[in-house]
Design a protein. Structure first.
Ligand code: RIB
Ligand code: CA
Length: 317
């Protein structure tokens, strides 16, 4: 089992990451924390609660996090995720309230209560919460097993010519996270643009013939349309669950050691992840994901949806 905290900004692909994490026996989701990103944090948090309800999960605690980046104005991805942040679906009513504690305090508490090297922090939104937690309680840096980030790119970008959205939104927070000496695995666009939800993938989900399968198809239909219209993709890249698949089976997501630095001073290069693939990479505390086994990845996703589809609401809260 890999116990994790999932810090996210659902968001269509974050929703699939939540399903994969909850539906695979190798992952133990200790908490979900939310951050402003794809949309404002109140919408993101409502979406997280609704996705948990769709997964029949009433036991996973949800903590609301940062509403704004450390230094930058709020920037959302409404063109991709719609005005609710999770367009295309009507969310079921939440099965629980959000926790009173904020996300940063919760991350610090949960990590400090865990055994050294036990917990992994997975971040699929802007890194504001993670950076704040590391600054307020530096001891989490050596206590965590690993930080896995969906963000950045070895080359290119999707929110600018050279920056990926999560890093672009809060480059200062990303610089803090990548500079801390904890093990960080960057699952960037070079990897996630291989995670295309093709018609064949949708057919496998449709064949499940379950309510959660249908919910997921509605999510993917919206995501397909916006990614086609806005970014010219034939099939939408389901970025965030690649982080979870990497934890379930590292042979599905190949990685290489490489130092990663984040540009936060540049005007044209704000949010660029500078990946140094030259020889000294072996000593790096950071790794970057390069190759995805597409078939095995989506088999995990479909299997998780099937598992959750047959799970009734958890008895305990
Ligand atoms: O650039 C893609 C990333 O930004 C994904 O995590 C998506 O959900 C958005 O947060
Ligand atoms: Ca996300």
């Amino acid at each position: 089992m890999r116990p994790i905290i999932l810090d996210c900004d659902p968001g269509h692909d974050d929703a699939v990451a939540i399903m994969l994490a909850l539906g695979n026996p190798a992952i133990d989701v200790r908490a979900i924390t939310t951050v402003g990103g794809n949309h404002v944090v109140d919408k993101i948090t409502a979406n997280a609660l609704g996705v948990l309800a769709a997964c029949h999960d009433s036991s996973t605690p949800v903590y609301k996090g940062a509403a704004k980046p450390l230094m930058r104005p709020v920037e959302v991805a409404e063109t991709i995720h719609g005005e609710t942040g999770l367009g295309g679906v009507d969310l079921p009513s939440p099965l629980r309230e959000i926790e009173t504690d904020n996300a940063v305090s919760a991350i610090i508490r949960l990590v400090m209560e865990s055994n050294p090297g036990e917990l992994t922090l997975v971040a699929t939104g802007p890194l504001t919460n993670i950076a704040l937690a590391a600054r307020v309680e530096p001891r989490i840096v050596e206590r965590l097993r690993e930080v896995v980030v969906m963000g950045g790119a070895i080359s290119g970008g999707n929110w600018s010519a050279c920056a990926e959205f999560n890093i672009h939104v809060d480059p200062e927070a990303a610089a803090i996270v990548f500079d801390e000496p904890w093990p960080v695995t960057m699952v960037g666009l070079d990897l996630t643009h291989q995670a295309l939800a093709t018609a064949q993938v949708e057919e496998k989900i449709r064949a499940l013939d379950t309510a959660l399968g249908s919910f997921t198809l509605d999510l993917l239909a919206f995501f397909r349309e916006t990614y086609r219209d806005v970014e010219g993709f034939d099939d939408p890249p389901v970025h965030d669950p690649c982080t979870i698949a990497y934890l379930i089976d590292p042979t599905i997501v190949e990685t290489i050691p490489a130092p990663v630095s984040v540009e936060w001073r540049g005007e044209l290069t704000r949010g660029m992840t500078v990946v140094d693939r030259r020889a000294q990479a072996a000593q790096a505390h950071t790794r970057v994901a390069t190759r995805l086994d597409h078939e095995r990845f989506f088999d995990l996703v479909v299997e998780a949806i099937s598992t959750l589809s047959h799970r009734k609401d958890n008895a305990h809260v």
